[in-house]
Design a protein around this ligand. Structure first.
Ligand code: IZC
Ligand code: ZN
Length: 427
C-alpha cells in the first residue's frame, strides 16, 4: 500500500493503542508510548504505526509527504466531549459582579447568566451563530482538537433550539472538525415558566424532542440537573423520554450542589456525568459500577471561583473512566483552550500527564461514542493526529499557557501548519 503522509523519527509517539473501551484505574496511565516512532497514512486512514522504519509492504514515492517528528510528541487528535459551542453574544459584563462575590446561580436567578445568552442567541441569525462558532472551531483546531461535542440549550424554545442544532450540523459538514450534537433544551428555566416548570418540561417532551429527532439533529440529550434548575426527578423524566428517540443520556451532574446527579447518571446508564465537583461518594461508586464516564471540567471550577475541583484521583481509584473538557461557553468557561484544561487537570487535580492524555483522547472518544473511529493511533482508525512542538507529553502540561501545536492532520489532510489553520481550510 502507498503512503500519502509519513511522520518519522517521532520522539514520543503516544498511540493509546488498546481495545476501544474507556480506560480506568492504572490503565489510564498506560498510553502506548513509542520512542523513535513512525506513522503512515493513506487517504483518510492510518495504515501503520510502529518504531523505526516502515515495513516493506508500505511504499513511498515522491508524492508522499514526509514529516520529521524529531523533538515532537504525536498524539491522537484531541477530543472535547463537552462544549456549548453555538451561542450568541458574550457575558464579560458579569465579570464585575463575580469579582464582587456574586455567585453563578444568583446571577442566573436574577435573569442573567444562561438567560442572558438565551436572549442573545434568540436575536442572532443562523449566519451570526455559524460565523461565531466557526471562529471558535478554527481556534480549537489550532489547539489540536479534531472532534468536539456541541450542545444546544440557549434557545429554550423549539425554534431557537433547532436553529442552534442546525448550525452545529452545518459546521460538522463544512469544517474540518467533527461536531457531535447534543440536545439540551433543559439547560435553564425560561422566565415565563418560572412557576410552571412542569409546563416547560411538557414542551421539551412533546414538542422539542420529537422535532429534534425527526430532523436527526442530536445524538445525545443532556440536562442541567442543579439546585434551582432541574431536579433529579425532572432530569430522569426528560432523559427517559429522550432515550425513546434513541438519544443517549448525558447529565450536568453535581456541578455546584450535591443533588444526586451522579447517582442518577448510574441509574439511567448515562454515557457520561459531567462536572461532579459536589458528587457524593455513593454516587461515584455507582458510576464506577455502571461504567459511566466522568467528564471533568477544571476550567469551569477555576472560572466560577468555587475554590475546589472534582476529585479526579478518587474517581480514578474507584475505577471511573475520566475524560476532560473545556466546557467552552460564554459564562462559566469562556475558553477554547484544551491545553490549558490539561494543565489544570495536572496541577489542580493531580492527574498525571499520561492520565490527562488518556482523558482527552480515548476516554473522550468514548464519551462521544466515537471510540471505534478515533481516540487512538492504530491501523484502520481515522488519520486524526496532533503534532506538538514538545519532546514528551509532560512538557505540554509543564510549559503552560501557550499553544504547543505544530501541525494537525484531520481525515488524512494537513489542516494546521506551524500552529495556524491553513488558508485552504477556511471556508
Ligand atoms: O452559559 O453558563 N453550567 N451551563 C451549566 C453553563 C454552565 C453554561 C453557561
Ligand atoms: Zn456545560
Amino acid at each position: 500500500m502507498k503512503a500519502d503522509i509519513v511522520v518519522e523519527n517521532i520522539s514520543s509517539l503516544v498511540t493509546l493503542e488498546g481495545d476501544n473501551k474507556p480506560r480506568t484505574g492504572n490503565e489510564m496511565g498506560n498510553v502506548g508510548l513509542i520512542e523513535d516512532g513512525i506513522i503512515a497514512i493513506s487517504d483518510d486512514k492510518i495504515i501503520y504505526v510502529g518504531k523505526g522504519k516502515l515495513p516493506q509492504d508500505i511504499q513511498i514515492d515522491n508524492e508522499t509527504k514526509i514529516i520529521n517528528g524529531e523533538g515532537k510528541t504525536v498524539t491522537p487528535g484531541l477530543i472535547d466531549p463537552h462544549t456549548h459551542l453555538v451561542h450568541g453574544g458574550s457575558r464579560e459584563n458579569e465579570l464585575d459582579m463575580k469579582l464582587k462575590g456574586m455567585k453563578y446561580l444568583d446571577i442566573l436567578e436574577a435573569g442573567g447568566g444562561i438567560l442572558s445568552t438565551v436572549r442573545s442567541t434568540k436575536e442572532a441569525s443562523f449566519d451570526d451563530l455559524y460565523n461565531k462558532a466557526k471562529n471558535s472551531l478554527d481556534k480549537m483546531l489550532e489547539l489540536g482538537m479534531t472532534t468536539v461535542e456541541a450542545k444546544s440549550g440557549y434557545g429554550l424554545d423549539t425554534e431557537t433550539e433547532m436553529k442552534q442544532l442546525r448550525v452545529a450540523k452545518k459546521l460538522n459538514e463544512d469544517h474540518p472538525i467533527d461536531v457531535v450534537s447534543t440536545f439540551m433544551g433543559a439547560h435553564a428555566i425560561p422566565k415565563e415558566y418560572k412557576d410552571n416548570v412542569d409546563g416547560f418540561i411538557d414542551i421539551i417532551i412533546n414538542d422539542m424532542l420529537p422535532k429534534v429527532s425527526k430532523e436527526n439533529l442530536a445524538e445525545f440529550c443532556d440536562v442541567f440537573c442543579e439546585e434551582g434548575v432541574f431536579s433529579v426527578d425532572q432530569t430522569r423524566k426528560i432523559l427517559n423520554e429522550a432515550k425513546k428517540y434513541g438519544m443517549k443520556p448525558k447529565i450536568h451532574a453535581d456541578e455546584i450542589e450535591p443533588l444526586g446527579g451522579a447517582e442518577l447518571a448510574a441509574e439511567v446508564e448515562a454515557v457520561s456525568a459531567d462536572h461532579l465537583v459536589a458528587a457524593s461518594e455513593k454516587g461515584m461508586e455507582m458510576m464506577a459500577d455502571k461504567g459511566v464516564i466522568a467528564d471533568l471540567l477544571p476550567g469551569t471550577c477555576l472560572n466560577l471561583k468555587i475554590g475546589k475541583m472534582a476529585k479526579a484521583r478518587k474517581m480514578i481509584e474507584l475505577g471511573i473512566p475520566v475524560a476532560l473538557s473545556t466546557d467552552y461557553n460564554p459564562g462559566s468557561s469562556p475558553t477554547e483552550n484544551i491545553q490549558l484544561i490539561m494543565y489544570l487537570a495536572g496541577l489542580k487535580m493531580n492527574m498525571t500527564p499520561e492520565e490527562v492524555i488518556t482523558a482527552v483522547t480515548i476516554n473522550a472518544a468514548c464519551s462521544v461514542d466515537r471510540q471505534k473511529e478515533i481516540g487512538s493511533l492504530e491501523e484502520g482508525k481515522k488519520a486524526d493526529i496532533a503534532i506538538f512542538n514538545a519532546p514528551n507529553i509532560a512538557y505540554i502540561m509543564y510549559h503552560f499557557g501557550i499553544n504547543h501545536i505544530d501541525k494537525v492532520i484531520k481525515n488524512g489532510k494537513i489542516v494546521v501548519e506551524e500552529g495556524k489553520v491553513k488558508k485552504s481550510q477556511i471556508i
